[in-house]
Ligand binder design. Structure first.
Ligand SMILES: [Zn+2]
Length: 628
């Protein structure tokens, strides 16, 4: 059992080359017709037809992406395609050869009318678990379809800039939810348009029975649609929290925000799906929408806070990379990618802001914010602290860099915290990393990429020599950061504090309340070795043997049963503080079932706290940092 089984990995689609966000291209001639059939789904496969314009070359390649922006790993989506066939205008088959996982060559291309193939989804099958669920596809005939089109629709060589008309045949009971531009909609056929291939993959579509809300926040139109397998989660129940969050984000960003519409596609999966993906869930960012995948068993309060943390992160991507990105991202290559050096910004700044805006706008209190810093300090220790962040970023698809990717959300955010504090200190509290980003967004914006090698020098020229030293040593260089040096500047220090436990299974913020120990016969059992307030009040005692949780009994404790053991523990991470649950224990050969309510068990830890002896100047800097 590990909490990182449930770590929420927020991914971002790095943005690039969007000609414009508004997709009113109805008058423009359509170049490529794509047809997707969600009605005649056989054997969990969806048929796709791609009909390109007349081709003038003798031979042409057809591609499915090897990698898509925001995932930072090779996905090889071509492996989800099968039975691909090419046809001429008379309906005769043409030769088509698979060149690699993601490439097919068509000879006699001048005669090519269309290609037809079947697509597998990524929510089952041997290869699907390798794909983040939020970047994946889920086909559940007549029930729901989560369509991340990069594993379904491909592009022809030199035709990435051509426009697409996407026609989707759909079951009558399911409605589409997407930020893709709509040409027409009916019960059984929905037609969308995309100015270029990028818009096909930047606008996922969720088909489900109607469960959506839409509302206006000043000049931004927000939509939320939910697929919930049990139907328990209703979109209207989450509207208030999303509204409050996005108003706070807009206030925080000021005029750096110019998004006009934003859609949230929330696909809730069952526990078996969560097990299949090894606990992975989270969100993938796009220009005007985000796909979020969580678990249906999460309780309302837990789901709300997760949505706030994850969707706010995704929405902040509208600042970077949408309005601040390098040429590598602007001209992203799906099959021969070049990576940018600036994940410290695309993911790090974004994740830092997703936490900072919550204290800045009063959604959380100071200690909650410090505890989040502490969590990032602790998690960042799991990664190589002596790896250059810019080098890691530019080589992220390869090892050993790929294994360290998760650090962009931990150390990446802390890098920005340190930069923020340095800039605040040097500007008498007036400026911070947000003002730097606002200025960069004004200078660059959606259409104008920066040169990857020049960004850091540019930021240095906008700020202070201390910023130059920090980048040189701790972002480009390999020197670990002494975080206390920066926290002390704003009157923070290490001291005893209370943090909420990850779940009632814990006795402190790292360790469960039980340990595997062999009995006289050598059989391993989970013996209670520590307590938290909740289980103590239920009557659990040190030395009890832990047998089951909330009616689910643990199997024999051995490695082979890891998945079943996990399945017993995992739900407890999704409980809010009002959940009634049972613990089954054995004491003196007697089996007992104890009943309790989760509550909010805390643990005393050494953490980030306010320094009572901080002087006035330091306190003023802290206020500027958190509240300006
Ligand atoms: Zn992200």
């Amino acid at each position: 059992m590990k909490k990182n089984n449930l770590l929420i990995f927020s991914l971002s689609i790095i943005l690039f080359g969007c000609a414009t966000l508004k997709q009113n291209n109805t008058r423009k001639q359509i170049d490529i017709n794509a047809l997707v059939d969600l009605v005649n789904v056989n054997d969990d496969k969806v048929k796709v037809v791609i009909d390109p314009p007349k081709i003038s070359d003798n031979e042409i390649n057809f591609y499915i992406p090897q990698i898509v922006p925001g995932t930072y790993e090779y996905s090889n989506f071509g492996r989800f395609i099968e039975n691909i066939k090419a046809f001429d205008y008379k309906g005769n088959e043409l030769p088509i050869n698979q060149e690699d996982d993601n490439t097919w060559s068509i000879t006699e291309a001048k005669k090519l009318d269309k290609i037809i193939y079947l697509t597998n989804d990524t929510f089952d099958g041997p290869d699907g678990k390798a794909i983040y669920p939020m970047g994946g596809t889920n086909y559940k005939k007549d029930v729901t379809f989560l369509l991340n089109l990069h594993s379904m629709i491909g592009y022809f060589e030199d035709m990435k800039e051509k426009s697409y008309r996407l026609s989707i045949r759909s079951p009558k009971n399911l409605e589409p939810f997407t930020s893709l531009s709509v040409i027409s909609k009916s019960d059984t056929l929905d037609i969308f348009s995309a100015k270029r291939y990028f818009h096909i993959i930047d606008n996922p579509i969720l088909y489900s029975e109607p469960n959506a809300v839409s509302f206006d926040l000043d000049d931004i139109k927000v939509g939320l649609a939910i697929y919930s397998p049990t139907g328990i989660h209703k979109a209207e129940d989450y509207q208030d929290a999303i509204e409050k969050m996005m108003i706070a984000q807009k206030k925080f960003l000021g005029d750096a925000n110019n998004t006009t519409s934003y859609d949230i596609l929330l696909h809730l999966m069952g526990m078996e799906d969560l097990q299949y993906f090894g606990g992975m869930m989270g969100a993938l960012e796009h220009h005007t929408s985000t796909t979020v995948v969580f678990v249906d068993q999460m309780q309302a309060e837990e789901l709300t806070q997760s949505l706030v943390d994850v969707v706010s992160h995704e929405f902040f991507h509208t600042l970077t990379p949408l309005n601040i990105h390098s040429e590598e991202i602007h001209n992203f290559e799906y099959n021969t990618p070049l990576m940018s050096k600036h994940l410290w910004m695309y993911e790090g700044t974004t994740e830092y802001f997703a936490n900072l805006f919550q204290i800045n706008q009063g959604l959380i209190d100071e200690q909650n914010f410090y505890n989040r810093i502490l969590e990032k300090l602790n998690y960042s220790k799991r990664y190589d602290d002596k790896m250059s962040f810019t080098e890691m970023s530019s080589k992220i698809v390869d090892e050993p860099y790929q294994t360290n990717y998760g650090n962009v959300y931990q150390k990446g955010a802390l890098i920005n915290m340190c930069l923020d504090i340095i800039i605040r200190e040097n500007s008498n509290g007036e400026k911070g990393i947000l003002s730097v980003m606002q200025d960069l967004a004004k200078k660059y914006g959606k259409e104008k990429p920066f040169k990857d090698n020049l960004l850091i020098d540019e930021i240095i020229s906008m700020t202070y020599p201390e910023v130059a030293d920090f980048f040189k040593n701790h972002v480009e260089g390999k020197v670990p950061i002494n975080y206390m040096e920066y926290l002390n500047k704003v009157g923070l220090t290490m001291g005893e504090t209370e943090v909420p436990l990850p779940s009632i299974l814990f006795k402190d913020n790292q360790n469960p309340f039980f340990e595997p120990q062999p009995d006289q016969d050598g059989k391993v059992r989970y013996v209670v070795t520590g307590l938290n307030d909740t289980i103590e009040s239920m009557g659990v005692e040190i030395g009890d043997v832990f047998l089951g949780l909330d009616g689910k009994m643990l199997p024999e404790i051995k490695k082979e049963n890891a998945e079943q053991i996990n399945a017993v523990f995992t739900p407890s991470f999704m409980w809010d503080d009002k959940k009634e649950f049972t613990l089954t224990i054995q004491r003196n050969m007697e089996k007992q079932t104890l009943i309790g309510i989760t509550g909010k068990p805390n643990a005393k830890v050494s953490g980030v706290v306010e320094d009572r002896d901080a002087d006035e100047k330091t306190l003023a800097l802290r206020t500027a940092w958190l509240k300006n």
